[in-house]
Ligand binder design. Sequence first.
Ligand code: FES
Length: 330
Amino acid sequence: MSTTETISGPISDLTLEEAHFFARVAAKTHAADDVVLLTLRHQDGEDLPPWRPGAHIDLVLSNGLTRQYSLCGDPADRSSYVVGVLNAPNSRGGSRFVHESLATGDSVTVRGPRNHFRLVDAPSYLFVAGGIGITPIAAMIREVQQQGKPWTLVYGGRTLSSMAFRDELTAYGTRTTLWPQDQKGIIDLPTALGSPDCHTAVYTCGPEPLLAAVEAICAEKWPSGSLHLERFTAKKVDTAHDVAFEIELATSGVRLTVPADKSVLSVLEEAGTRILSSCGEGTCGTCETTVIEGTIDHRDSVLTLEEKAENSCMMVCVSRATCPVLVLDL
Ligand code: FES
């Protein structure tokens, strides 16, 4: 079942439409130390919305939290979604709830899927995954393997037993290099990324230090556009020098001030203009909004460098302006 939600506000009427449906947890299985796989099926037995590798869904949990998880099952299987959930030591309540309270048979609301980490068509692929970052990468690997394209994977984790999908991935032989930190230390990225190649797409997902290191090497050595990455946690942004600016809503001409200590999203919501949002920290892409005029100060972890350079859309939960007025397509 999908739902259209219409919300009226004093400044603009906006029809918000995003598919969501009720699902049941059909299975909850151990995938690795502190990692469970949830298999979700539509509550009414309907086919689930189609998805491609790199997509994620929102799980709206009964404890009131909404969390994003990458789909890591088989896109051809429309009867179920599979997500991997790490019981992170720094959990803010979502993954802990999934591990400790969510049980087979329970109901959850699912929103999405959305995909800001799409698998581009490339002659070959180099995947670098860390920890639970393997979840979108595993789905990508199955797809490129089916396509018969060359690929390699370097996959790091704290220990071998903490690494989900390791049996499946090692079955691919020398294409996969497992890198358990307790045995081999941190991934040797200079070597893994040591052969820049304009025909190879680099995909990475994992903890921030890994992503930052891959980004730095690719920026220095790889052709522009080679790197595709997905962050699970927001990049740190220095907000100490933020200043106020204005936004103009193109359909009504209304101007609103965004103070230095508020986001565009919160100003819009306070003014009655509801925007679909989820993570609130620039990692999920839900609040993407088209910008008609003005220069964006991109602070999200979703758009690629090329997409940011286009200056045509922004994540209003975190991004700001480097000009006095941003005109939004609202
Ligand atoms: S709400 Fe997730 S990117 Fe803005």
